[in-house]
Design a protein around this ligand. Structure first.
Ligand code: PGA
Length: 247
């Protein structure tokens, strides 16, 4: 059976109260097709509400959108791996393009967050991807490789790892990579991960995935799932999207 992951990145949307309503509508749509998992990445304040709403459903998981690398201390506004885990998180996004490009997160910091994720037993979802300028300059694979190297430098090479390829120019823009473009980068990511013995790897695609284009992307065997922002904010749309192509 083919296993697929559908990850919802709510970004700075859906507070705890809304999250409970959201999950009620989402769960009302019925059981998920076999072989599919749905991962929710709510804002930190909603982690616990989501964790409580989905508990004991093994195809569902909740994760944090970001963590700071120190486990605790005087870091106003930040949350650590252990704090996210206490709120119910089992995974964490690391190096999302908005962290890198809006908040100025460096490759080195992304590496520290990967280490912090394993220390807190959170499954990392490492986000990588090139800007439009880099793509046009033919640097896509070089950029993605540099991001992988920084993220996995010195990390214990084991466990389950998920990488999300999200071209920066495709996020929230309505433009997305063709399944073929994405597959080429996914193949390169898998090859790098294999050569560096990083562990069992899943590669998701993200960037303007929606109800219209999900089927075509998921038909590509290199794509193990999708990371979705905008189209995951409505529970009905999301419930439909996670059933894409299911028979
Ligand atoms: P988008 O966001 O689906 O709204 O383009 C994807 C993401 O940033 O993870």
């Amino acid at each position: 059976m083919r296993y697929l992951v559908f990850a919802a990145n709510w970004k700075m949307n859906i507070g705890p109260l809304e999250a409970r309503y959201y999950l009620r509508s989402f769960l009302d749509a019925g059981p998920l097709p076999a072989g599919r998992e749905v991962w929710f990445f709510p804002p930190a304040v909603s982690l616990e509400a989501v964790a409580q709403s989905i508990k004991s459903r093994e195809q569902l998981l909740v994760g944090a959108q970001d963590i700071y690398w120190e486990p605790k201390g005087p870091y106003t506004g930040a949350i650590s791996g252990p704090l996210a885990s206490q709120a119910g998180a089992r995974a964490v996004l690391v190096g999302h393009s908005e962290r890198r490009h809006v908040f100025g997160e460096t490759d080195e910091q992304t590496g520290k967050k990967m280490a912090a994720a394993s220390a807190a037993d959170l499954q990392p979802v490492l986000c990588v991807g090139e800007t439009l300028e880099q793509r046009e300059a033919g640097q896509t694979l070089a950029v993605v490789t540099r991001q992988l190297e920084a993220a996995f430098a010195g990390r214990p090479r084991s466990g389950r790892v998920t990488v999300a390829y999200e071209p920066v120019w495709a996020i929230g823009t309505g433009r997305n990579a063709t399944p073929r473009d994405a597959a080429e980068v996914h193949t390169a990511i898998r090859a790098w991960m294999g050569a560096h013995k990083v562990g069992e790897t899943r590669v998701l695609y993200g960037g303007s995935v929606n109800l219209k284009n999900a089927a075509e992307l998921l038909a590509e065997p290199e794509i193990d799932g999708v990371l979705v922002g905008g189209a995951s904010l409505d529970p009905h749309t999301w419930a439909e999207l996670v059933r894409t192509g299911a028979t």
